[in-house]
Structures are given as C-alpha cells and as structure tokens.
Design a protein around this ligand. Structure first.
Ligand code: ADP
Ligand code: MG
Length: 386
C-alpha cells in the first residue's frame, strides 16, 4: 500500500500530514493523485467522510510548489464550495496543513456574505489557494482582484450541488473568466447521471474516479426509527434528547424547512437544551457563533437544514436526528454522513409519522441499509428485537 511519504514529492508536505496523523491515502486520494498531478481534468465521486478535501488539496499544493519553480504567474487554485461554513472549514484544513508542513504558501477564504474589503486586502498578497463561494469569487474576478490567467486549477467541491439549476450559471460564469485549458476537478459524494454529464461537458477528457459502489452510506452507521405522530414530534424529540444515549452527546438535528428550524430552536431553548441554530434569519455572526459553539461544546445540539450542513466535517458527532425525513432521498445520505466518518460508529435516528414510514423501504433498497425500530424505556433508547 502506498503511503503519503512514498507518493508525494514534497517531503515537507508528507511530514505535515504525518503530524496530522495522516499517513496512508484513502481510496479517492490515491485514485486521483496521479491524474491530478498530470493536470488532467477530474470527476471524482466517493462516499461521505472518504477524505475528498485532502484528495484535491494535496495535489493542488504539490502542483503549486512545482509550478512556482517554473511558472510563478500561473500556480494558483480556486476551490469553490456552496456555503460560508464549508469555505471556512476547508480554509481551516488548508491553513493547518500548510502550517504543519511549514510551507510558504498562502490561502485565502472568500465566502459571500462577509466583508469584501478584507478579502480585497487579503488578495493583494496573491495567495496561491483561493477558497470561496462562486458568487463572491466571480465578483472579485470582475473587480479585477483575482486575475483569471493566474489560475491553474479550479476545484468544484459538492459538485452535484454546484451544478444544480440554481448554481450552474454561477459556476459557468467563474469558469468563463479562466483560460480554456485551466484544469477543472469535480468532487462529490453523490452525483447522478445528469450531474456527471454536465461535469463532462465542462471538462476535457476528464479522468473519472467514480467509486463503483452505489452511492453509499458508511456501513458503520446504525439507522433507527422511532414512531411519533406529527403533533407529538417535538415531545418525542425531547424524550430522545433526554435518553442516556443522547444526553451529553454532540448531535446534529435536521429539519426540512427554515421555518421548522426556528420553531424547534425556540422550543428546545425554552426547555434549556444547549442548542444552536445554523439556519434562518441568522446573520453571519450568529451562524459563526453557532458553529464555533457547537465545535467547542458550548452547544450540544446543532439545528440545520440540508444545505447548511452539507460536507461538514465535525469529528466527534455522536449522531444525527431527522425530525422529518428529507424529501430527496440523496439528502438522507448527506445527513447520515455527518456522523460515522472515517469508519467511526455513527447513529442516524429518525422520528417518523406513519406516512413517512412508507419511505423506509425505499431508502433501505436505495442505500442497502437496514432500519431498526427503537423506543424509549426508563430514559434509555431501546432497539426493538423484532
Ligand atoms: P468528505 O469530503 O469525503 O466527506 P473529508 O474530506 O471532510 O471527507 O474528510 C473526512 C475526515 O477524514 C476528516 O476529518 C479528515 O481529516 C480525515 N481524513 C482525510 N484523509 C485521511 C487519511 N488519508 N487518513 C486518515 N484520515 C483522513
Ligand atoms: Mg467534503
């Protein structure tokens, strides 16, 4: 098996990874590395938690190092992500890796919905790695603060989402500002045929690293359902959160609509749960407080919708609760995938009305998973033996 120290050219980088306790590449990291380094376009799909961030970050850094020696004017990468939180998460990983590797590269985070003046200032240093949302990156290109021809690689993470009908135009607009031969690399945990077709249209003879397994939910995750009539969902949620299993654990709670998030937040806060809310009318500062508070343990429960939580990598999440099943079954995969990362155990708990229970077999078939019924007994979460 390859290790990073044999695979990578930069010894500093493999040492830095080692300092982060990362020594062996995951499947997707190994699969794309060679083609990425050759400058080929890439379309990669692998399950949640499989290490896609480093799968693009490592070769981007290595290519930047190599290119800086030959052609300093074109050694930069743009990484596009859908949300503020994901931009900050990937920026955090990048800064950590650069620092541990003692590499003299710079990285800037350009989320939308944040002070553009600071971003303009940060861009003056010509950072090699630019991480942002497509709207803001486009704006800064149009303001001539990022020069298209200096970009060697465009990475599109959460690619299926970035190519959906709401986001595709933004992505195309950014791509249009770059040289035609700019390397483009798509990464996602879920890409249907349509998404793959669009990615192919946007690339040139791409190298495909599509995990052969069906879009998969990590096998280390247990799936439970708890019956709860519609008008008793919140009651059931409170019982669930009060069980010995959940009481002091970090939990992500999913709702389908922004409106539900506000309502559940109010109700849980009223009952003194340590809860925070990532969606709704929140401004950036409140979202940042929610995210940081959840990471630090100040808050135990983070309420989110599908969009706000995609791709989030929080290492010690005990489990996920779905107040309602998501309407698009692929979102079930993204929700459950917030726990059980890198083979760790996880638990996805679903509060179900009778109507929703009809969808369980559909999810079971689609993802080859098994739902077990659970109930509460003396403050514990019991799995039915049926
Ligand atoms: P994905 O984007 O595929 O859902 P991430 O890139 O967020 O997954 O990575 C999930 C977790 O796996 C991160 O906490 C990351 O540090 C860890 N990780 C990534 N690559 C490796 C590796 N080669 N060895 C061990 N852990 C890794
Ligand atoms: Mg990811």
């Amino acid at each position: 098996m390859n290790t990073f120290s044999t695979l990578l050219t930069s010894k500093k980088l493999s040492k830095g990874l080692e300092a982060m306790k990362i020594t062996n590449p995951t499947k997707v990291q190994e699969a794309v590395y060679g083609a990425f380094m050759e400058g080929k376009d890439i379309i990669a799909k692998d399950k949640t938690g499989s290490g896609k961030t480093l799968a693009y970050l490592i070769p981007c850094i290595e290519r930047a190092l190599a290119r800086m020696e030959e052609d300093h004017s074109r050694c930069r990468t743009i990484i596009l992500l859908p949300t503020y939180e994901l931009v900050m998460q990937v920026q955090h990983v990048t800064l950590q890796l650069l620092q541990k590797s003692q590499l003299d590269l710079r990285s800037v985070a350009l989320p939308g919905n944040a002070n553009i003046k600071h971003q303009v200032d940060a861009l003056k240093g010509k950072p090699e790695i630019i991480i942002g949302t497509s709207g803001r990156v486009l704006e800064l290109i149009q303001m001539k603060k990022i020069s298209g021809p200096t970009i060697a690689t465009l990475v599109v993470d959460e690619a299926d989402h970035m190519m959906d009908k709401y986001n595709l135009d933004g992505l195309k607009a950014v791509k249009k500002c770059l040289y035609k031969d700019t390397q483009i690399a798509f990464f996602s945990a879920s890409m249907n045929e349509k998404a793959i077709r669009i990615a192919k249209e946007l690339s040139t003879e791409p190298f495909l690293a599509l995990s052969k397994e069906e879009e998969r939910i990590p096998a280390s995750i247990t799936h439970l359902y708890i019956k709860a009539p519609r008008n008793e969902k919140i009651e059931a949620l409170r019982s669930l959160l009060s069980t010995e299993e959940c009481k002091d654990q970090k939990i992500m709670l999913f709702v389908n609509r922004t409106y539900d998030a506000e309502e559940v937040y109010e109700k849980l806060s009223f009952h003194h749960y340590k809860v925070c809310n990532l969606v709704g009318t929140k401004d950036k500062k409140e979202r940042k407080d929610a995210m940081e508070g959840f990471l630090s343990g100040k808050y135990q429960i983070l309420i989110s919708t599908d969009l706000a939580a995609r791709g989030m990598d929080i290492s010690d999440i005990y489990g996920v609760i779905n107040l309602y099943l998501p309407t698009d079954s692929r979102d079930y995969l993204h929700r459950a995938g917030r726990c059980g990362r890198q083979g760790k155990p996880g638990i996805c708990m679903n509060l179900l009305t009778i109507n929703e229970s009809k969808r369980l077999s559909e999810l079971e078939n689609q993802f080859s998973i098994h739902f077990q019924e659970a109930f509460f007994e003396h403050g514990k979460l019991k799995i039915s033996s049926k």
